[in-house]
Each structure stands twice: as structure tokens, then as C-alpha cells.
Design a protein around this ligand. Structure first.
Ligand SMILES: *[C@@H]1O[C@H](CO)[C@@H](O)[C@H](O)[C@H]1NC(C)=O
Ligand SMILES: *[C@@H]1O[C@H](CO)[C@@H](O)[C@H](O)[C@H]1NC(C)=O
Length: 130
């Protein structure tokens, strides 16, 4: 469930990245599992919710504790930022559900060092029937 390699390929295509494999090996890559929202969750645009994730596998040293959350639809990672400016070690962040089309195949991708997406859930958007 890691999208880091996808992100890296994307970034590599966009800019000339000179990444050293040795630097990578030294990092603690931590991808905490998203606990909420999960399968069966239904959100409405404009609502406030706490996104939560599993802190049980937390490494001693975290390379990048600054988290952000993107919205994913099916297998497509959207550019919609659901949350940012929080610490991964906090285990939760309160977010506002964005205005989107109503769909039942949304999931959230939690980023720190890497990305990890949760189960699919539903967002009911602001436009009836869309
Ligand atoms: C999110 O969690 C915090 C801490 O438990 C709580 O104070 C807050 O009311 C929660 N927000 C929502 C929208 O449930
Ligand atoms: C964590 O970082 C500290 C300070 O850099 C270091 O002394 C310690 O050995 C590291 N621990 C692990 C498990 O990597």
C-alpha cells in the first residue's frame, strides 16, 4: 500500500532528482495505517472529522514528522489536500471534508516519509445528484 515509488517516479519525471540510495537506507520510513475513515464511513462536505492513524509501529526516530493528507479516488491520487501542518506522531488531525463530487471510492493518503492509504469510504458532496 505504498505510493512512495509512484511519487518518486512522478518527481523524477518532473525534475532531475539526484537521490542517493545510501541516504535512503539511513532513513526510518514510517507509513502509519489510517484507522478512520474506514470502510462504511460516510462523510458530508463541510463536516469536521478527526482522521486517525495507528501509532503502534512508530519508530524511535522519525525522519519527517510533518504530515499531510491527500484525497484519493479509486486508484487515482487527486491533488486535493485534505489536511496539513500536523505531526505524524499526533495520531490524528481534525479536517474539513472538501467539496467534491459524491462518490463511494474515496480514500485518504497519509504522507510523512512515504504515503499510506486507508480503506475506501463515501463523501456526499454539496451538489445533489453529483
Ligand atoms: C477531534 O478530537 C479532539 C481530541 O479528542 C476533540 O477535541 C475534537 O472535538 C474532535 N473533533 C471532532 C470533529 O470530532
Ligand atoms: C535516534 O537518534 C538519536 C540522535 O540522533 C541517536 O542517538 C539514536 O541512536 C537513534 N536511535 C535509533 C534507534 O536510530
Amino acid at each position: 500500500m505504498k505510493v512512495f515509488s509512484t511519487l518518486v517516479s512522478f518527481l523524477t519525471a518532473a525534475v532531475a532528482v539526484s537521490a542517493s540510495p545510501a541516504q535512503h537506507a539511513a532513513r526510518d520510513v514510517w507509513t502509519p495505517r489510517v484507522l478512520y475513515p474506514h470502510s462504511g464511513t460516510v462523510w458530508y462536505s463541510g463536516q469536521r472529522h478527526n482522521v486517525t492513524w495507528d501509532l503502534s509501529s512508530q519508530p524511535v526516530n522519525i525522519t519527517n514528522n510533518n504530515g499531510f493528507i491527500l484525497l484519493r479516488s479509486g486508484t487515482f491520487e487527486t491533488p486535493v489536500i485534505v489536511g496539513y501542518g500536523f505531526l505524524l506522531t499526533s495520531g490524528r488531525v481534525e479536517i474539513t471534508v472538501p467539496d467534491v463530487l459524491s462518490r463511494s471510492d474515496y480514500s485518504l493518503v497519509l504522507f510523512g516519509d512515504s504515503g499510506n492509504w486507508g480503506e475506501e469510504f463515501t463523501i456526499n458532496g454539496p451538489i445533489p445528484g453529483l
